[in-house]
Design a binder for this molecule. Structure first.
Ligand code: BGP
Length: 477
């Protein structure tokens, strides 16, 4: 029996735009997530086109007021079922629930500082329900559901004009929910600005003009720092976490060229985001890179001061898969937000994400050594089409995946890293972020809804539910 430290935070993670539904009621405005159409011809092994938003797609999303083709408008109707679902989380012995709050509910018009009372009531009820069930909330302030009005008016995060309205939204949360919430994550996968720009910053296309991506990334770094400063002023007990989609990569061969390529990958596509949010400054190489590719980012000394004086209390990452890097890029495979080189030693999911439990130990050890801040695994899980047969789901493959990753997290703690907790993605089937599928299931609770919203919506405990409830109860694997 491998025992985890006392008070280890065990639980699950969800996101408002993938779980709540109720996309246009009680005052909520449209978000970038509400505009992602489900494509029933999508190629699961190549979803890059799913990520790209185009003018045509924007137009048809605005013209379509139904939720028929837009699964994230429906979610699993958590907006109305949260009491029953939280009871199921409790039965699973979850003691921590990572959730996000929808900006488009709290301040629907973003710029007018008008707070929507119905939204305050909705989230207050959720926090009361969690408190009743002895579950600690870990709140993501913005999780891939930027209000569309911010895109329409100022182009999203590429404009610095979004920082003040974001801080007003943060202040509203800190003041109204500070009595229930101590752990805050200002942005989900802040590196999304470079890899899934519509979801993360409201930019259409895919790296059409990389200057916009880096400018928006910088603006969110500033917003992150200023949210921390604001939060600590309101309640110095608040704990703030970064959240970076982690890409664990290995050189495809021991050829020195491959090793260097992998180093470059780490510096630019992994460490950069932690350097800024955990060390409080940009690594010098990124300015050299900006010069080389001739982009000019508007960065002021005042902003660099905010970043320097307001670093996170803990590092959180999503970890799903790993990949290889080589000088002459070979055949690649899908992963979370990015494609990566294949690894002949690893199996992959039906969506091509390579399963690498030891990779999570590598990642935790590497980041802990480098930044010496507590680590929180805020997403980890396996997407698959699960079969509901006679009210049962035998997801032994998911038990295998979770067991092996949890064992490696234990090993990393044994190896000296400080890990605060683990909220797997996701305790209950919800809509996929990248493809808007319902059939890409991660949950330990099966939800009887298909990609088109049909089904009884009944909840069923999968085998992995029972496996995890034991791990969480015993605080051991
Ligand atoms: C991450 C998001 C989560 C979750 C996860 C799984 O990028 O933070 O919201 O969705 O991806 O990805 P997907 O749902 O696309 O399989």
């Amino acid at each position: 029996m491998k025992k985890f430290p006392d008070n280890f935070m065990w639980g699950g993670a969800t996101a408002a735009s993938q779980i709540e539904g109720a996309w246009n009621i009680d005052g909520k405005s449209m978000t970038v997530a509400d505009m992602k159409k489900f494509n029933n011809k999508l190629d699961r092994k190549n979803i890059l086109s799913e990520r790209q938003m185009t003018i045509e797609k924007i137009k048809s999303a605005i013209d379509d007021t139904s939720s028929e083709n837009y699964p994230k408008r429906r979610g699993i109707d958590f907006y109305h079922t949260y009491k029953e679902d939280i009871k199921l989380f409790k039965e699973m012995n979850i003691n921590t629930y990572r959730m996000s709050i929808s900006w488009s509910r709290i301040v629907p018009n973003v710029f007018d500082e008008k707070v929507n009372k119905k939204a305050i009531d909705f989230y207050t009820n959720i926090f009361k329900e969690l408190k009743k069930n002895d579950i600690t909330p870990l709140v993501t302030i913005s999780h891939f559901d930027l209000p569309y009005i911010a895109v329409k008016k100022i182009g999203g995060w590429v404009s610095k004009k979004l920082i003040e309205p974001y801080l007003f939204y943060c202040k509203t949360l800190f003041k109204n929910f500070g009595q229930y919430v101590k752990y805050w994550i200002p942005f989900n996968e802040i590196n999304g600005a470079l890899f899934t720009e519509w979801n993360a910053i409201g930019l259409k296309g895919l790296n059409e003009n990389i200057q916009n991506n880096y400018q928006a990334l910088h603006n969110t770094f500033v917003a992150n720092a200023r949210a921390i400063e604001l939060g600590k002023k309101i309640n110095d007990q608040f704990q703030f976490g970064s959240m970076v989609a982690h890409f664990e990569t290995y050189p495809l061969t021991c050829k020195p060229e491959d090793v260097f390529e992998n180093l470059e990958e780490k510096r630019k596509r992994v460490y950069l985001f932690h350097d800024v949010t955990s060390k409080g400054y940009y690594p010098k190489h990124i300015f050299h890179f900006f010069d080389k590719i001739k982009i000019k980012i508007d960065i002021t000394d005042k902003e660099l001061n905010y970043i320097k004086n307001n670093t996170v209390d803990f590092i959180s990452i999503s970890y799903y898969m790993s990949g290889t890097i080589s000088k002459d890029s070979k055949d690649s495979t899908e992963g979370n937000l990015v494609r990566m080189g294949k690894n002949p030693y690893l199996e992959a999911t039906d969506w091509g994400w390579q399963i690498d439990p030891i990779g999570i130990k590598n990642s935790i050890s590497d980041l802990y050594d480098r930044y010496e801040k507590p680590i929180f695994i805020s997403e980890n899980g396996m997407g698959s089409e699960d079969a509901l047969i006679d009210g049962k789901v035998n997801d032994s493959y998911r038990i295998e995946y979770l067991k092996k990753h949890i064992e490696q997290i234990y090993e990393s703690i044994n190896n000296g890293a400080v890990v605060l907790g683990y909220t797997l993605w996701t305790p209950i089937d919800i809509i996929s972020s990248g493809t808007s599928e319902m059939s890409k299931r991660y949950g330990n609770i099966y939800v009887d809804i298909d990609d088109y919203g049909n089904g009884s919506a009944k909840r069923y405990k999968k085998e992995s539910f029972y496996f995890l409830s034991k791990v969480f109860r015993e605080n051991a694997i």
